[in-house]
Design a protein around this ligand. Structure first.
Ligand SMILES: [Mg+2]
Length: 371
């Protein structure tokens, strides 16, 4: 089998304004994403999604389309799509950085592998290690009353775990977490995600002030600089610390584990350049006695499907303890899939079909196409 064409389609689906995620890095109000289709001479087509934002990795749908057409598609054309590790290495040799762009292509290659094998990806990767993937809701860094209303809405929808965005202003952060806890009652599990917005000293003080609201983890309390910063915070608080912005690669995971900086790694399908990188981070976590969850850059249907396959087949992704951020279907006003993913609030399952198991609704793709 040979790759004959790499097609890209820029899309944008509006986000419900009241559910857009605001954190210490800013607000995610638009998703300038790119769909990828890798065509082959045997008629199999692989689907991928570049879930990129300027805020997160300095990519958007224009840079992704440019780098694919000018640099990465030329590397892939004529090649066997089943040789993913070799093709990913070729892409890395041709283009630095741009992890979400590379991940979109890798995703489409995996979709072809699954379709060629006639198996869903999670079965190809060793089969299910859980019956379904537990998921949580993210409460945006809104003023306390609005955050509380959003959290109550999520509980009503069925979520039993959520995290609140903090790291914006310590007083406001504490007020937001208090309001959310009062709104959701004592039984819903609650974490906080600072997106690196606190200094080490403020992180320790603020996390301790939040003990009374029963928070059970703190994600990326300090900026992704020296692992010693997060290790310092972790040594002074009594809840698990989750690394997100600090862990993009297996090497990052190794240095965080060595520094004793985190209890949990948040892996993505995009930030390390693909699902292969995510699985390597999970392997480092397993070797170090740590666990992972799956984090989100508000992936749409194609990439969300990949997140579910990844979590289904990866033992170190402890979704039961640390539910995954697979909830963006609730944030967008529409989707691109012919059939919505089997996702309910708090619970996601894969389609039992080869590859990613998803198909695009081409009318919806045309509707949300931009540029
Ligand atoms: Mg995060």
């Amino acid at each position: 089998m040979k790759i004959t064409r790499v097609e890209t389609i820029p899309v944008q689906i509006p986000i419900h304004p009241e559910r857009a995620i605001r954190g210490s890095l800013g607000a995610h109000t638009v998703s300038p994403f790119l769909l990828v289709k890798i065509h082959t001479d045997e008629g199999l087509v692989g689907l991928g999604e570049v879930s990129c934002t300027p805020l997160w990795s300095g990519e958007d749908q224009v840079t992704a389309a440019h780098f694919i057409s000018e640099h990465l598609a030329p590397v892939l054309l004529g090649e066997d799509p089943l040789q993913i590790e070799r093709l990913s290495a070729k892409c890395r040799q041709r283009l630095a950085a741009n992890p979400f762009t590379k991940a979109g292509l890798e995703m489409a290659l995996w979709d072809i592998v699954g379709k060629a094998a006639g198996m869903p990806l999670y079965r190809l990767w060793g089969g299910p290690v859980r019956e379904f993937v537990s998921t949580k809701f993210s409460v945006s860094g809104l003023e306390p009353g609005k955050a509380a209303a959003l959290a109550a809405w999520a509980v009503e929808k069925g979520f039993r775990t959520m995290k609140v965005k903090v790291g914006i202003d310590p007083e406001e952060d504490v007020a937001r977490v208090r309001a959310v806890r009062e709104a959701i009652g004592p039984k819903v599990r609650l974490g906080v995600d600072a997106n690196g917005g606190w200094s080490p000293r403020v992180a320790v003080q603020t996390i301790r002030r939040m003990y009374e609201f029963g928070i059970y983890f703190a994600e990326q309390p300090v900026p992704p600089v020296d692992p010693a910063w997060m290790a310092d915070v972790r040594s002074q608080v009594n809840i698990p610390i989750m690394a997100d912005e600090s862990v993009n690669t297996a090497q990052d995971a190794m240095s965080l584990a060595r520094a004793g900086a985190a209890d949990v790694f948040s892996v993505y399908v995009g930030k390390g350049g693909g699902v292969n990188s995510a699985r390597k981070i999970a392997a480092v976590a397993e070797a170090a006695g740590l666990v992972c969850t799956v984090g989100s850059n508000l992936e749409m249907g194609v990439a969300s499907s990949m997140m579910i396959h990844l979590a289904m087949a990866t033992p170190a992704i402890a979704a039961e303890q640390f539910p995954c951020d697979i909830h963006s279907q609730l944030l967008y006003e529409g989707d691109l899939l012919a059939e919505p993913l089997p996702i309910q609030p708090g619970k996601a399952s894969p389609f039992e079909r080869p590859g990613l198991g998803v198909e695009l609704d081409e009318r919806k793709v045309e509707h949300y196409r931009v540029g």
